[in-house]
Design a protein around this ligand. Structure first.
Ligand code: NOJ
Length: 750
């Protein structure tokens, strides 16, 4: 125990952490085995279901268990009143009165919604992302929630996987920085403050590598990809003090994550020294049996707890099996004590033992939920998340006066879809639509036509969406409006409920009849601005070949329409950059910028008629839009990449700088990106790896020198035994405004 002896008065002073440890130890001493196991048991509330629906009779059992101190946590209990009610049972009716920790999927906001996380990642603006998590924490903490199941830090290279919307994209460096920003935003500096909540880095590990992008599927990646790509954002979150981790539905190397001792004990708890607790994913302990890894419930409980899963979300297996396993001497009670002390520590840190109702604050709820301050913050975040993919002949920004504008597409009039699929607490139809946003600009003549529905029927969290693949009856109206317009703005893409958990797709073209609508409108008016709504990269090759301006606007949350309109009209100059590669077609997937060179790369000097190179016969190797791509209403020039020296010692810092100038007509922001390539190594290295970035703002004609410092940590990598190593040799360095930059230099590490 770390404590300091004061030599002057012989008084021993304990740190806050020491005091909590003492309290936890004394509490554990008076708990029965059953009560300890109760702390490791988490039940869903009685309202929202975010996994397979529980059995009948479930509610009675849960009440009974709450009263008997056999529940440590509940999830998805919605609203102050409901939280108070369950907390009251735990605190006032159970023997020891240990408060519950209340978890909730506060993914990109509670009621006031920010853009979906993938969109936020496109801002590359860490300060804004941290602030967005603060807004989410402020609202959630006012209604009784003290723990969010976010951030999802899974790296993914597969846009078929619906959950890419919930992460930060394909890159481990950007993903790690964003993981830290989100953890800091949720948890703040002081977890006991009433407006901060515990974060949960999920899903440990490699869930984003589900084969073929199919949800809950097998993962089969090697050790090098695990350590260099999948794990870094988790490590960054742990180093930033994240209080909890959630394990994943997938297996790694034949062992389901929930029972994976290598991941949970060896790496997370031993090597990384993680002191918080690990929660299973929904029913993932029970699913060890379905995987064919555990033979029955008892076996599953044993494997999960030994591996290091501390809390059971909705499997109801720890509570039914662990006691007997300990009594039979199969599990040592010290394993249970370790799990329980981790859970209790977080509860103490949240201040729940001081006042279990401190997060249930109706006054604060009224003040903060949907407050103007929060609306302003999510609008700011939404604007920063927009990526200008293409802008021929400066079609954008639109003129503010004197134009006839036809706005087309069902998504343009959507108040629901921009909220995305993870909005369980927020009210349906509360987003500002693009139509509403554009109506604020009154200088133009704006005509709206739907053209075609994207989906038909019910749109709910638990239902599959039915896509309109046949009804083109309203095409005619849209085409007529387009004929009369100076500019046509078409809002097309995915409905918010087409991405997210369990929403994988094999076809990532524009859904339904939207591609046909786009092509029909194009026949009568080529002056089209395509505004994309989507939770994943889409394949929009035809649009890129024909449509002059394309704006990526994702699902931007509550203030979506205002953000889109302000960018369309040039009141906000877009600066987003893609956090994930856009393929030319689905067959290129997985396609990502930090791929390996292979022994037969295609290069400019290859004879294009020769067959034996790493390529496809029917589509070129390059993506449609690379990672890091994004334009502005101004233009930037990069020059003078300066490396201090050409040879560096292992322990030296490597200083590198570049001059960036705004060569266009308006002020703009640019994300300056630095990539390296390790030319020869003991295991092959990617052709480019992001190792630094900076978001700068430049006035017209202004030049800034942007400086980066690289060190050992930037140049090393994990070998295929999972060991971090740094090797001498030659490195190439690239700086520019996307991963396709060619401005480069070289240095040697000796
Ligand atoms: C399953 C999801 O995988 C996880 O991310 C989520 O937090 C839980 N359900 C709880 O809703």
């Amino acid at each position: 125990m770390a404590c300091t002896d004061n030599p002057n008065n012989n008084i021993t002073t304990y740190s806050e952490a020491d005091l909590i440890n003492k309290k936890v130890d004394s509490l554990i001493k008076i708990m029965t085995l059953k009560e300890k196991i109760g702390q490791m048991n988490q039940y869903n509330g009685f309202w929202d279901v975010t996994g397979p629906v529980p059995d009948e009779g479930d509610a009675e059992k849960k009440y009974e268990h709450l009263k008997n101190g056999l529940v440590g946590s509940m999830l998805s209990v919605r609203g102050t009143k409901a939280v108070r009610a369950v907390q009251k049972i735990a605190v006032e009716e159970s023997r020891l009165g240990i408060p519950l920790i209340i978890g909730f999927d506060v993914i990109h906001g509670y009621k006031t919604l920010s853009p979906i996380p993938l969109a936020e990642a496109a801002s590359w603006d860490l300060e804004a992302i941290e602030k967005s998590a603060q807004v989410a924490a402020a609202e959630a903490s006012a209604v009784g929630i003290n723990w969010t199941f976010a951030p999802m830090v899974d790296i993914s290279r597969d846009p078929r996987w619906g959950r890419v919307m919930e992460g930060a994209g394909e890159d481990p460096f950007l993903g790690s920085k964003i993981a830290v920003a989100r953890v800091k935003g949720f948890q703040g500096d002081d977890l006991s403050a009433v407006n901060t909540i515990a974060a949960c880095a999920k899903h440990f590990a490699a869930y984003g590598f589900s084969e073929a992008g199919k949800e809950y599927n097998t993962v089969d990646i090697g050790s090098s990809t695990l350590h260099n790509v999948a794990l870094p954002p988790f490590k960054a979150a742990v180093d930033a003090g994240v209080k909890t981790l959630m394990n994943a539905f997938n297996e790694y190397d034949g062992v389901p994550s929930t029972g994976n001792e290598y991941l949970l004990r060896d790496i997370l708890k031993d090597e990384w020294n993680f002191k918080g607790f690990v929660i299973s994913d929904w029913a993932s302990i029970k699913e060890l049996v379905v995987w064919g890894y555990a033979k029955d419930k008892k076996d599953a409980a044993k494997m999960a707890v030994l591996a290091g899963s501390d809390m059971d979300m909705e499997s109801h297996i720890y509570i039914s099996e662990l006691e007997q396993l300990v009594k039979d001497g199969i599990i040592e009670e010290s394993i249970i004590d370790d799990a329980v002390s981790r859970i209790l520590t977080v509860k103490f840190e949240l201040g729940l033992f001081d006042d279990p109702y401190r997060y249930c604050d109706e006054t604060r709820e009224k003040e903060v939920v949907n407050s103007q301050k929060h609306m302003d913050a999510v609008l700011d975040m939404a604007k920063k998340s927009i990526v200008l993919l293409k802008n021929e002949n400066d079609l954008l920004p639109l003129k503010k006066e004197g134009q006839n504008i036809a706005l087309i597409g069902a998504l343009a009039n959507e108040k629901n879809s921009p909220l995305g699929s993870w909005r369980i607490a927020s009210k349906d139809n509360t987003a500002i639509s693009v139509l509403e946003g554009m109506q604020n600009y009154k200088g133009n003549n704006l005509v709206y036509k739907k053209g075609a529905d994207v989906s038909v029927g019910d749109t709910q969290f638990v239902n599959e969406l039915t896509i309109n693949t046949t009804d083109k009856s309203e095409f005619k109206d849209a085409i007529n409006a387009a004929k009369k317009a100076d500019v046509v703005v078409m809002v097309l893409g995915e409905h918010g409920f087409q991405s997210g958990e369990a929403r994988s797709r094999t076809d990532i073209n524009l859904p339904g009849v939207q591609q046909d609508l786009l092509e029909e409108v194009y026949k009568v008016n080529k002056n089209i601005v395509l505004v994309l709504n989507n939770g994943r990269p889409l394949s929009i090759n035809w649009a890129d070949n024909h449509i002059p301006a394309i704006l990526e606007t994702w699902q931007l949350g509550t203030q979506a329409g205002h953000a889109v309109a302000q960018v369309l009209y040039g009141d906000y100059n877009p600066s987003g950059k893609l956090p994930m590669t856009f393929p030319r077609n689905v067959g290129q997937i997985p396609i990502y910028y930090n791929h390996k060179n292979t022994g037969r790369p295609v290069s400019d000097t290859n004879n294009p008629n020769l067959v034996f190179w790493s390529h496809y016969s029917d589509v070129e190797n390059t993506p449609l839009y690379p990672f890091g791509h994004g334009l502005s209403y101004t233009s930037f020039k990069y020059e003078n990449l300066v490396l201090e020296k050409t040879v560096f010692g292992m322990d030296e810092n490597i200083h590198v700088s570049v001059d960036v100038s705004n060569t266009g007509k308006v002020t703009g922001k640019e994300v300056v990106q630095l990539y390296i390539r390790d030319l020869v190594a003991s295991t092959t290295r990617p052709v480019k790896e992001l190792k630094g970035f900076e978001l700068i703002e430049l006035q017209t004609g202004e030049t800034k020198t942007v400086k980066f410092v690289l060190n050992k940590a930037s140049l090393g990598f994990y070998n295929n035994q999972g060991r971090f190593i740094i090797e001498s040799g030659e490195f190439e360095i690239f700086i520019g405004g996307s991963s396709y930059t060619t401005l480069n230099s070289r240095f040697e590490l000796k």
